[in-house]
Design a protein. Structure first.
Length: 278
């Protein structure tokens, strides 16, 4: 009898949270957050990058956690990084674009079930971005670098053909964590003119930020600088852009393309594993 009452009490205790989740899900699926911020969708974001020689950096749940003073799997909490990320949510430099997740605010049909559930649960993150972003700014969509890990249905063939063309014929320097691409089979950068590598730590890269930036400033300015370095990529893009470089925070672009070519599973466990530190 005691166990039964404990079980009932736990259900009653958790009822407010369940009701809150249900209300948030209802509002999300009714697109009640769509007018909070101006965000291009994936198609519009890719077209913008194709047509404009911009630099860009992207925010996701990890960057939001860091701005709120929390650590994440591959970057410990850092007050200096948090301050920079918060300031950069409102870009003022010409020729540079910030990206935030479109599907946090827009109910997207065609998302993977796991990702849709994730989006419904982003109540705190949505409100954080609404409070700290520029209401008049037009953001790119963060998910352009992880399309295959986000959508169940999409014209993936056309999309990835366009992404490959972004790099075709370019001289690229890739700033990335040590050995993070060792298990990849398909190379998104195969059609670049050249690809040079500048390696940094795959964990807590911001602890070596000044050293990484110093080495990056020796890169020739006719190179497209592509950065795969977690949250550290954001200020690095910003600082390199100020020095006259075109820099892209490409995040999971390379891994996502490899997963698409391999047609890897995209259930909850597989997606969780995809985003784990390399």
């Amino acid at each position: 009898m005691k166990k039964r009452w404990i079980k009932i009490w736990k259900k009653i205790k958790n009822l407010p949270k369940r009701i809150d989740r249900e209300i948030e899900t209802f509002l999300y699926k009714k697109d009640k957050f769509a007018d909070w911020l101006h965000i291009m969708n994936i198609e519009e974001s890719l077209t913008y990058i194709e047509k404009h020689p911009v630099s860009f950096y992207r925010y996701g749940d990890g960057e939001i956690a860091l701005m709120m003073g929390e650590g994440i799997a591959f970057q410990q909490a850092d007050a200096r990084l948090a301050r920079r990320l918060r300031r950069m949510l409102k870009p003022t430099l010409p020729g540079i674009k910030a990206a935030i997740p479109y599907y946090y605010f827009h109910y997207e049909r065609g998302l993977l079930d796991f990702v849709e559930g994730f989006a419904c649960a982003m109540k705190i993150q949505r409100r954080y971005l609404r409070a700290h972003c520029d209401k008049d700014y037009v953001y790119l969509d963060t998910s352009l670098s992880q399309l295959y890990q986000s959508y169940e249905t999409y014209d993936f063939d056309t999309y990835f053909a366009r992404v490959r063309r972004l790099f075709t014929g370019k001289k690229v320097t890739l700033i990335c964590g040590e050995g993070i691409f060792k298990d990849l089979k398909y190379n998104l950068l195969a059609e670049c003119e050249t690809v040079d590598y500048l390696e940094g730590p795959s964990m807590n890269a911001f602890s070596e930020y000044d050293s990484i930036l110093k080495r990056a400033l020796a890169i020739p300015k006719d190179h497209l600088v592509c950065i795969v370095l977690g949250p550290t990529a954001k200020p690095l893009v910003y600082d390199l852009h100020k020095k006259g470089y075109q820099a892209w925070d490409i995040g999971h672009f390379i891994k996502d393309y490899d997963a698409y070519c391999k047609k890897t599973a995209r259930d909850a466990d597989a997606i969780t594993a995809f985003y784990k530190p390399d």
